[in-house]
Design a protein around this ligand. Structure first.
Ligand SMILES: *Cc1c(COP(=O)(O)O)cnc(C)c1O
Length: 352
């Protein structure tokens, strides 16, 4: 079966009389002894249904296994826990802020070493992998919308004996399956496209390695960064429509990128050619702020991947690197009517 069908059908109870169509919300802090679940921090049937569905979308025919977490950053933290003391992590110079801050924090405390690279420069990234224990990739990257050659970098990293992790939050498994390109681990902020409605915080890790799964499962058991049961249920409900939402957001983003390229107030449009995320560069911070404060439909907010369109000027955050232009606005295109989105944007852009 194809992904859009599997997104709807995987992780459901059997088609038997009186079974519910959807997996129930199992509220359980503990289980009667003697089985495999034991305690609420180790397992939950509602998490399992979500994990099966996401593992199926990322793993495809070869399969994969998934662990869900309290947030995307909880998943990021558990992966970074794989890195031994003083080992090297190669990571993008432009990445999700929380990941960059987490890497900087670990480095400042002497836990790890980091090498930040321009992931669009494959040769430089490959060269940096030589001494690495872990290579962290984000493609498209936040908020620069840069692309990495995942297959080439994964091959080089493996030759150097490093694990490869891809944060697939922006592309989603609908548009990119990093495990097929050589990644050992895929990380998600399921808060974004996977749940899709800006009402849940959740994260996930997907892998084909039983060994890594066991290590990461044990880290989750011990750290306790587990999702809420209701959150897992909502995220699974959201995942059922993921292919449909991504298809629509992508169609809208493609059209907006085309129109914005022709708008005189827009200096640069960064759209990688797929997905629902894009960035535009305006003349300066003031012009960008007037846009993000001047619309009625587009919401000024810092998240992404919801059904509603939202945007923000990234440099309003102190932690955003100075290599990101002051006037860069990141747009998360929703599933509204594209003409309404366009009219609202144009009304808040300078006319010339
Ligand atoms: C939001 C985000 C995260 C962190 O996820 P949370 O669910 O907010 O903890 C990680 N990576 C990317 C690319 C994100 O957009």
């Amino acid at each position: 079966m194809r992904p859009a069908t599997r997104a709807v059908h995987v992780g459901r109870p059997p088609h038997d009389s009186d079974e519910p169509l959807n997996v129930p919300i199992t509220m359980a802090a503990t289980y009667v002894a003697g089985g495999s679940r034991e305690y609420g921090r180790y397992a939950n049937p509602t998490w399992t249904a979500f994990e099966e569905a996401l593992a199926d979308l990322e793993g495809g025919e070869q399969g994969a296994r998934c662990l869900s977490f309290a947030s995307g950053l909880a998943a990021v933290s558990v992966v970074l826990d794989l890195v031994g003391t003083d080992q090297l992590v190669v990571a993008p110079r432009h990445a999700y802020n929380g990941t960059s801050m987490q890497l900087a924090d670990l480095e400042s405390r002497g836990r790890i070493r980091t090498a930040l690279v321009d992931i669009t420069d494959t040769a430089a990234t490959v060269a940096a992998c030589e001494d690495a224990a872990l290579v962290w990739l984000e493609s498209p990257s936040n908020p620069a919308m840069e692309l990495a050659d995942l297959a080439a970098i994964s091959a080089a990293a493996h030759e150097a004996g490093a694990y490869v992790v891809v944060d697939n939050t922006f592309a989603t498994p609908v548009l990119q399956q990093p495990l097929d390109l050589g990644a050992d681990l895929v990380v998600h902020s399921a808060t974004k496209y996977i749940s899709g409605h800006s009402d849940v915080l959740m994260g996930a890790i997907v892998t084909r390695s039983d060994e890594l799964y066991d290590v990461l499962k044990r880290r989750r058991d011990l750290l306790g960064a587990i999702p809420g049961t209701f959150e897992a249920w909502l995220a699974l409900r959201g995942l059922r429509t993921l292919p449909l939402r991504v298809e629509r957001a992508q169609a809208n983003a493609t059209e907006l990128a085309r129109r914005l390229t022709e708008h005189p107030a827009v200096t640069e449009v960064r759209y990688p050619g797929f997905g629902g995320m894009l960035a535009i560069v305006l003349a300066d911070a003031d012009t960008a702020d007037r846009l993000t404060h001047g619309t009625s439909l587009w919401v000024h907010a810092t998240s992404l991947g919801g059904v509603e369109s939202m945007f923000e000027r990234r440099r309003r955050w102190a932690a955003e690197p100075a290599t990101i232009p002051e006037g860069l606005v990141r747009l998360s295109v929703g599933i509204e009517d594209v003409d309404d989105l366009w009219d609202d944007l144009v009304s808040a852009l300078p006319h010339r």
